[in-house]
Design a protein around this ligand. Structure first.
Ligand code: ADP
Length: 719
């Protein structure tokens, strides 16, 4: 008897076995319908095997679905990813089918000529139509526009049988990229990097690289050349480019379209479902060469993936923390290993993990030393707020105000960076000291002036700003404490009433369209002073921007978590790197109360190596990543006692292990979210310890009831 083990999207660690009926020819990667209780479920065949005379009564596979079979290596990858992250393999596999859950786009209607038939009554309009269409096929409205006639003229030709309409599957819509369409002339560093990458993809086999170059050094240009060469050597090759944020995809897609004369497929949660379906089908059929996407694009079923590029690889947004918990950068490297392909991690401020791998020769290290062309990095200075403190209830010091004034006079643009949404991060009562907090959640309410509401950034809860203090009832006693971007903009408007100002944050830019519009206004010089969170600090090029002011350079350093220093260094490098891209030199001013902080000193000196060396030494002393590994177990439930109990059960069931310690249980950093109590246990292990094996054996010893949710976070990004 033949048995298939099938991956079904359920929160369990195993595949399910089904009998394979006579005449059903199944293979790994096939999509099947299988019965589960009263329902039929879609599953992916992981394995088919012969068994002899088992007397267990297995249910039978109901049907082989007509949907495409997943490539073998895609199944290898999802199974590996599930084992690595301790996630249910069926749920991991389901992420590879996401594009199938959308309706197909409707087929497109196009017109073409019928043989060499000519119109009975040629008119200038009709002749123009026939000239415009030639031997091609075109949609009717486009044809009418090209010929400069009304749609009635085109319709007349169809009625007469000179043109005929036919339907094209929208699937054919991904044009082949042309590697020679508009190549750039690369400088020596770029050419060397592109050459090394192209050599790797042509030879094949797993080859990881770090592409390391300051902002504006031309990393994108270099890797696009590697894409071109890869496609030249193998027209069937597929390339995946991952970006940390959806907001960055549009600019890259435009660049790729210009470079290759064809648009790539786009893959992220913001893409309309029919278009996602189209991309999914084109990818699995090998009819799409370039995909630009967010981390979930890693699970697309590429049959011929030759090159993966992870741009801004250091970015924490690659970590998915809801649902399946995984790091997109790490899984990209794993996928490349499984596919036997090249992976490029690109950044101006690589993560310490990636630098560690490059230092130890595990990754090839390609360096772009200088900015492209005449453009130079901005001059970075620290403004010591102890010397020139801002006036009470204001946030911009005198030197920064002057710099903004000078920039305005020169007709140039300023970016004021503050990584805090809203108007004020805290609202408290002057009479009794009560702080406005989110209900059932460990979080303060953030005041937003645009909407006039107090908002919880964790849960989305919001309320009108009350007149009376909800604790002591005092009237008009609530005060806004500290600045967010809206408050800094208010100050800017008062100081420079004639300047054109705008706020750029996820609240003022709710969707990709608004984002594009704002970026366009900034690019076109229609904004003088932009007050922005990190939403604007990453990736964008604003040619007229010559001054970046960091309102609170100490902000990220106060957190005290493992990556606080690293993250702040990266973010401020990105933010200050926005200044002076084109022919105008830029400068960056960082307001700080702690100018002696090593992170800020390294930033001001432009000395990344100094920062990395110091930070690496600290991590080594504490055996923390990348010198050791971490994993977190988070328990959460509305039943606080159950969380307590399971946390203690886990604490008493820790298996013996060498070079590994468990800390906790303790309250998780966010101890209460929406009424769910959260506890955490943290595991630290030396690099060569089998951390996953330890976690598996540990978790097998404790039964977690349905009322408690257990999240396993291997290699946590933040905590
Ligand atoms: P990075 O990805 O390192 O930030 P980009 O590739 O975006 O850098 O390049 C920065 C700017 O310099 C872009 O405007 C890009 O078009 C331009 N540029 C980079 N390399 C070249 C080149 N070889 N020829 C012409 N322009 C280039």
């Amino acid at each position: 008897m033949k048995v298939a083990s099938v991956l079904i999207p359920l929160p369990v660690q195993e595949a399910f076995d089904y009998e394979v009926g006579e005449g059903l020819d199944l293979a790994r990667g096939d999509q099947v319908a299988v019965p589960l209780g009263p329902r039929l479920m879609r599953g992916i065949v992981a394995e088919v095997r012969e068994t002899t005379g088992s007397n267990r009564r297995l249910k039978a596979v109901e049907a082989l679905l007509e949907d495409p079979r997943l490539p073998e290596r895609t199944v290898d990858f999802v199974e590996w990813a599930a084992r690595w992250t301790l996630s249910p393999p069926g749920e991991m596999a389901a992420t590879a089918l996401k594009g199938l859950r959308a309706p197909r786009p409707r087929p497109e209607r196009k017109l073409r000529r019928v043989g060499d038939r000519t119109p009975n009554r040629p008119t200038p309009g009709r002749t123009a139509v026939l000239e415009a269409i030639g031997e091609r096929a075109m949609p009717g409205p486009e044809l009418a526009r090209a010929a400069g006639v009304s749609s009635a003229v085109v319709k007349g030709l169809v009625d007469e049988g000179v043109l005929e309409a036919f339907e094209v599957e929208a699937l054919a819509a991904f044009d082949r990229p042309d590697p020679d369409h508009k190549p750039a002339t690369l400088n020596a560093d770029q050419a060397a990097a592109a050459e090394a990458l192209a050599a790797a993809t042509t030879v094949g086999g797993f080859k990881p690289f770090l592409l390391d170059g300051v902002t504006g050094s031309g990393k994108t240009e270099a890797y696009l050349e590697a894409v071109a060469r890869t496609l030249k050597a193998d027209p069937e090759a597929q390339v995946l480019i991952l970006l940390p944020e959806i907001a960055l995809t549009q600019a890259l897609i435009e660049r790729i379209t210009k470079r290759f004369g064809a648009a790539p497929a786009e893959w992220h949660s913001g893409v309309a479902p029919p278009r996602r379906r189209m991309a999914w089908e084109a990818v699995v059929a090998g009819r799409c060469n370039i995909v630009v996407g967010a981390r979930s694009a890693l699970f697309l079923p590429f049959p011929s993936l030759k090159l993966i590029i992870v741009d801004e690889e250091h970015d924490g947004s690659f970590k998915q923390e809801e649902g399946l918990v995984y790091h997109g950068r790490d899984l990209a490297v794993a996928r490349a290993r499984i596919e036997g392909s090249t992976v490029v991690l690109a950044s101006a401020t690589p993560s310490l993990e990636t630098l560690w791998n490059a230092h130890h020769g595990r990754y090839g290290w390609l360096k772009l030393a200088t900015r492209h062309g005449a453009s130079v990095l901005p001059e970075i200075s620290l403004l010591d707020l102890r010397q020139s403190p801002p006036d009470p209830q204001t946030w911009l010091s005198q030197p920064l105000r002057e710099a903004i004034g000078e920039t305005l006079l020169a007709g140039e643009q300023t970016l004021l960076f503050l990584n805090r949404r809203g108007y004020a991060p805290v609202v408290l009562c002057r009479a009794c000291g009560h702080r406005m907090t989110s209900p059932d959640t460990d979080s303060w309410l953030v005041e937003h002036r645009y909407t006039g509401r107090l908002v919880c950034h964790l849960t989305g809860f919001s309320m009108a700003r009350p007149k009376l203090c909800p604790s002591c009832g005092a009237e008009d006693s609530l005060v806004s404490v500290g600045p967010g971007v809206e408050r800094v903009e208010e100050e800017v408007r008062q100081l420079f009433p004639e300047a054109r100002t705008a706020v750029f944050s996820s609240d003022t830019i709710p969707d990709p369209k608004a984002m594009r519009a704002m970026i366009q206004r900034m690019t076109d010089g229609e904004i003088d002073i932009l007050v922005a969170t990190q939403a604007a600090a990453k990736g964008h090029n604003f040619p007229g921007l010559t001054l970046v002011g960091v309102v609170d350079a100490d902000l990220g350093l106060r957190g005290g978590d493992l990556r606080a220093a690293e993250r702040t260094f990266q973010l401020l490098t990105q933010a200050t790197g926005r200044a002076g891209r084109a022919d105008k030199p830029g400068r960056a001013l960082l307001q700080t109360w702690t100018p002696e902080h090593p992170v800020l000193m390294a930033l001001a000196a432009g000395d990344r190596d100094a920062f990395v060396e110091a930070e690496m030494a600290e991590r080594e002393a504490a055996s923390l990543p990348p010198h050791g590994r971490l994993a977190a177990l988070i328990l959460s439930s509305e039943d606080a006692n159950a969380v307590e109990r399971i946390a203690n059960d886990l604490a008493t069931a820790i298996p013996n292990a060498e070079r590994l310690e468990v800390y906790g249980p303790a309250d998780a950093p966010l101890g209460l979210i929406r009424g769910r109590r959260r506890k955490r246990l943290l595991v630290r292990a030396d690099r060569d310890v089998d951390l996953q094996g330890f976690l598996r054996s540990w978790l097998s010893r404790v039964k977690v009831p349905g009322s408690v949710r257990l999240t396993v976070d291997v290699d946590p990004y933040s905590f």
